[in-house]
Ligand binder design. Structure first.
Ligand SMILES: NC(=O)c1ccc[n+]([C@@H]2O[C@H](COP(=O)([O-])OP(=O)(O)OC[C@H]3O[C@@H](n4cnc5c(N)ncnc54)[C@H](OP(=O)(O)O)[C@@H]3O)[C@@H](O)[C@H]2O)c1
Length: 265
């Protein structure tokens, strides 16, 4: 008789991280995988959530689905809250009902950026924009209400091969020969979706204590320094000007690099 493989349900499967998880899953045959994009499974729909869990009875749910547009969240705070908080509560309820372990993604933007050294798990969130506030609330729900729950915070996430992200935007502008202006007064830790996907799989395999973990790249860079690195990596030579964040726009943390004080070993 064949042994039951633990089943991992992934929400938001066509997002940056979702797509990388689909690629990573091809190498991970110890698990059965179900990938649902927004069309197949809208996490804001509680009826759909209940039905998906009844159908698949997942052992794990990796929630990559989120309202991630930081600028638009300021215009649509209700929608941002519905996706990043209310829908997360539906997932928690379904996970608790089906004894499913929830792995929920969160962000460096839960911090205000006033610190000058990388934020670790015990630092206190103090979000300064709508996106950060909704993500902070969502992660609190998981940490306090999920019977089997992990929150994995990451930062400045990018895939080199797909998605809308800083890395690909700089690359395509430079390849088109455009000159670039990039801010040097926001500092963070760029993280590849591959690093994050492998980290999530390690959590499933190693089963560390439930709770909050950070997963981010080791480098601490400004957007300008990151752009310079991308140009060097691709031997592209276009003018790159350092600018500062304009006054009066949406608030973003000036420093949101993530470090860690917790190991999953
Ligand atoms: N991107 C970053 O720099 C960054 C940094 C730190 C943390 N994070 C966190 O990391 C996680 C993954 O981010 P990502 O960059 O992979 O995000 P992403 O590329 O924006 O992907 C999110 C996916 O969720 C989908 N989605 C939105 N609303 C949904 C709903 N109601 N039901 C089901 N799916 C829905 C989106 O579909 P549509 O596009 O069709 O709406 C999209 O495919 C998120 O929790 C994010 O907050 C991201």
């Amino acid at each position: 008789m064949s042994k039951h493989k633990p089943l991992i349900l992934v929400t938001g499967a066509m997002g940056q991280l979702g797509k990388t998880l689909q690629e990573t899953a091809l190498e991970e045959d110890a698990f059965a995988w179900v990938f649902c994009d927004k069309e197949a499974f809208d996490i804001c729909d509680p009826v759909a959530t209940a039905a998906v869990f009844v159908q698949h009875k997942p052992d794990y749910c990796i929630n990559t689905a989120a309202y991630t547009n930081v600028n638009q969240a300021e215009e649509n705070p209700l929608l941002a809250k519905t996706v990043n908080v209310t829908a997360v509560q539906h997932l928690i309820d379904a996970c608790n009902q089906h004894n499913t372990c929830l792995l929920h993604l969160s962000t460096d933007y839960v911090f205000d950026g006033a610190q000058a050294h990388p934020y670790v798990e015990s630092d206190t969130p103090n979000p300064i924009n709508v996106y950060g506030k909704t993500k902070a609330e969502g992660e609190q729900r998981v940490l306090t209400k999920a019977q089997k729950g992990y929150v994995i915070r990451t930062a400045w996430l990018y895939a080199t091969t797909h998605g809308y992200n800083f890395y690909r935007s700089i690359l395509s502008k430079a390849q088109a020969g455009d000159s670039l202006s990039v801010v040097n007064d926001q500092v963070g830790s760029p993280t590849t979706t591959v690093q994050l996907a492998l980290f999530l799989i390690q959590i499933v395999k190693k089963a560390p204590p439930y709770g909050l973990y950070h997963c981010a790249g080791k480098q601490v860079l400004s957007w300008h320094a990151f752009a310079k690195q991308i140009l060097a990596e691709h031997q592209l030579k276009v003018p790159l000007k350092a600018t500062t964040t304009p006054n009066g726009g949406i608030q973003r943390p000036r420093f949101s690099a993530l470090g860690t004080e917790k190991s999953i070993e």
